[in-house]
Design a protein around this ligand. Structure first.
Ligand SMILES: Cc1cc2nc3c(=O)[nH]c(=O)nc-3n(C[C@H](O)[C@H](O)[C@H](O)COP(=O)(O)OP(=O)(O)OC[C@H]3O[C@@H](n4cnc5c(N)ncnc54)[C@H](O)[C@@H]3O)c2cc1C
Length: 378
């Protein structure tokens, strides 16, 4: 574990905001990470665990606590009980996209549609990262984590992480604390070994994004290349030469609303059901059956609606900025707030609040931020 000279978090976050922390520790091995966490947790001062800084919106004031940077790397193959599948155990600080590139080179399928997502492997389950219909929940077997309250290290199956749409029990949502305060040390994925052969692409969302017919066959490498190209066009691959990528990706989450509320929105607003509309199965114990089956209660699925559409149709076009502000919507993607030229967190927060206000007065719902907010409020 190495104490390093603290530097402004603006240099370590992709939205390029954040003051200088009181203390900064670089952890290059799991042992260093565990030692650092146990030490700072015991002190009781605030701790910010930092991966790639690509899902953080940090305030301008100095951070009154310790930043622990997760810099562990490494991929290890471990046996899988399933025929035709391979398990990869990956250190938390490993670069996510480097892992995807490795998997594609090895002919392992299941994460190729998530090519180009910035950040570390350890942060990926925190918000159940996803793109084009693929999410880490689909391939995550287990994580090894250290618990803040017990200091214990344990292996936790994916099913116990509460992985949902851009959430998990580990995510510090704006306005609420995580369900479980713990730090991921390693991530184990179970990927299908398919080789370099061309094969049909699973998932309509991915096929549509890549312009593929259902019967079309392509290789994993083809999918990766085309996903990267598509993301670049939207400013969704980090690029020091492209200010549209000085962001935290999507700043607002697609909104999840009830089916009845969704009907109040204009029909053109893109929407997707959260769960299939299944007929509920009613079980009546024979001893309680009195010859009468009650009519099924209506159970309409919640609906996910496009936050980008709501923003653009509240009159805020791509590239929008407030007068004299250095924060602006990306010129390529209405969901990304970007830092054009050393904007302060206050300027970005002002833009975010303005957008929330416009969408609320136009459509009656408050968009929620996707990044984790530290020392800043909306
Ligand atoms: C241009 C761009 C495009 C993006 N596109 C997508 C996308 O398509 N899909 C998507 O889902 N996301 C996307 N994101 C968001 C982001 O890349 C992901 O959320 C990513 O997983 C964050 O990783 P990180 O290492 O940068 O996390 P950080 O920003 O460093 O941290 C995020 C949160 O996770 C916590 N954390 C970090 N490491 C650990 C750990 N080991 N254990 C426990 N908690 C930890 C931090 O404390 C913090 O609360 C995008 C971001 C950018 C900038």
């Amino acid at each position: 574990m190495t104490d390093v000279e603290p530097i402004p978090l603006a240099q370590l976050t992709t939205l390029r905001t954040g003051g200088i922390p009181e203390r900064m520790i670089d952890a290059h091995t799991t042992e260093e990470l565990v030692t650092a966490l146990r030490e700072v947790w015991a002190e009781g001062s605030p701790v910010l665990v930092l991966g790639g800084g690509s899902n953080l919106f940090v305030g301008d004031e100095p951070y009154d606590g310790t930043v622990v940077r997760v810099l562990t790397t490494g991929i290890e193959r471990v046996p899988s009980a399933r025929d035709g599948f391979v398990r990869l155990r990956v250190q938390a600080g490993h670069d996510w996209d480097a892992l995807v590139a490795y998997a594609v080179d090895e002919g392992l399928a299941g994460i190729e549609a998530m090519s180009g997502i910035p950040g570390t492997v350890g942060a990926a389950p925190v918000q159940n990262i996803g793109a084009y219909g693929q999410e880490i929940v689909q391939t995550l077997a287990e994580v090894e984590l250290i618990d803040e309250f017990t200091g214990e290290i344990s292996t936790v199956p994916a099913a116990e992480l509460g992985l949902g749409f851009r959430t998990s029990v580990l995510k510090h949502h704006y306005g609420s604390v995580p369900g479980r305060s713990a730090v991921i040390l390693t991530v184990t994925l179970e990927l299908e070994s398919v080789g370099q052969e061309e094969r049909p692409v699973v998932g309509e969302q991915l096929r549509t994004a890549l312009g593929l017919e259902p019967a079309a066959s392509v290789s994993l490498a083809w999918v990766r290349d085309h996903v990267l190209a598509t993301r670049r066009r939207k400013g969704m691959v980090l690029d020091a030469d492209d200010p549209d990528t000085y962001s935290a990706g999507s700043f607002f989450q697609n909104a999840i609303v009830s089916a009845s509320f969704a009907r109040t929105l204009p029909p053109e607003c893109p929407r997707w059901p959260m769960t299939p509309d299944l007929d509920p199965v009613l079980v009546i114990p024979l001893s309680a059956y009195e010859g009468y089956v009650p009519p099924p209660a209506s159970r309409e699925s919640d609906v996910k609606v496009s936050a980008a559409w709501l923003i653009e149709h509240s009159g805020l076009r791509k590239g929008f900025k407030l007068p004299r502000s250095r924060a602006a919507l990306s010129t390529k993607h209405a969901l990304a707030l970007t830092n054009r030229a050393q904007a302060s967190a206050a300027e970005l927060a002002q833009l975010a609040r303005f957008i929330q206000g416009r969408v609320q007065s136009e459509f009656g719902l408050i968009l929620q931020p996707e990044p984790v907010l530290v020392g800043v409020e909306l």
